[in-house]
Design a protein around this ligand. Structure first.
Ligand code: 6GU
Length: 249
């Protein structure tokens, strides 16, 4: 998978060399290209924004540097008109990103992130880009970040770990993908050694060696935790997703 990122803060993406994504880069599973938007400005101050037409607070990103930067990416990647890359535009006004979308995007051969400030990029850039890319404005949720960099990093981490060949043990991903299919419960709490820490015992059932009991206890903890923290997910549960014992509980 090729990933291009256009940003006024290229330093943010130095973190991509760490951990799982760093390994994916080393192993050649992903090929990351960072582009400084200011490289496509020609004035002394390398201006990327201006006041909004019609008035109002904040600044709007000027279209010209975006047109040039996006054109550079298309040329550099040798993009053919009949095979447009995915252009992801972080915005609090986007469609909400979730795990099903992460799975879909993990299959893409080329993703471009256009990191703008939250007031946005001149809308004509989005219209122009729709003729050259498959454009998807996305949001992480209902709160406001100053710019798209952190949101793009979050999406990159969520997507790259699902790229075929990434995870040593794909079984863990299979478990996860089931959790996306409609019985999306929150994870159960986990414990490790020592058996007693600060006077607190790990749940005895986990040390019992009874696999059926362990599975039942974990399932109950998932239901408990989900009812408490995410009642909206319980509402969405299909009746098929609940087993007999769940229904009794
Ligand atoms: Cl994707 N961008 C910005 N600027 N703010 C956000 C967001 C994205 N998702 C939630 N808040």
């Amino acid at each position: 998978m090729r990933i291009d990122i256009i940003t006024i803060f290229p330093e943010f993406f130095e973190a991509l060399d760490i951990s799982l994504i760093g390994k994916a880069k080393q192993r050649g599973l992903i090929d990351v290209h960072i582009h400084d938007l200011r490289a496509y400005t020609y004035d002394r101050h390398r201006t990327v924004d201006d006041t909004p037409y019609g008035g109002g607070a904040g600044m709007v990103m000027k279209p010209e540097p975006w047109g040039e930067a996006l054109t550079h990416v298309l040329n550099d990647a040798g993009v053919e008109a009949d095979n447009p890359p995915l252009l992801l535009v972080p915005s609090p006004a986007g469609q909400v990103f979730g795990q099903p979308t992460a799975h879909a995007w993990a299959e893409e051969p080329h993703i471009v992130f256009a990191c703008g400030r939250y007031e946005g990029i001149d809308e004509r850039v989005i219209e122009w880009a729709r003729e050259r890319f498959r454009v998807v404005p996305f949001s992480l949720g209902d709160y406001v970040l100053n710019g798209g960099e952190v949101a793009s990093m979050a999406v990159i981490e969520a997507v790259v770990r699902l790229v075929p060949g990434m995870v040593g043990n794909p079984e863990s991903l299979i478990e996860e993908s089931h959790s996306v299919a409609g019985d999306a419960l929150l994870e159960y709490p986990v414990y490790t050694k020592p058996a007693v820490w600060e006077g607190r015992e790990a749940p005895a059932v986990l040390l019992s060696g009874d696999h059926a009991k362990v599975a039942r206890a974990r399932r109950d903890w998932q239901l408990e935790r989900t009812s408490e923290r995410r009642p909206d997910l319980i509402e969405k549960l299909t009746t098929d997703a609940l087993d007999k014992q769940d229904k009794a509980t």
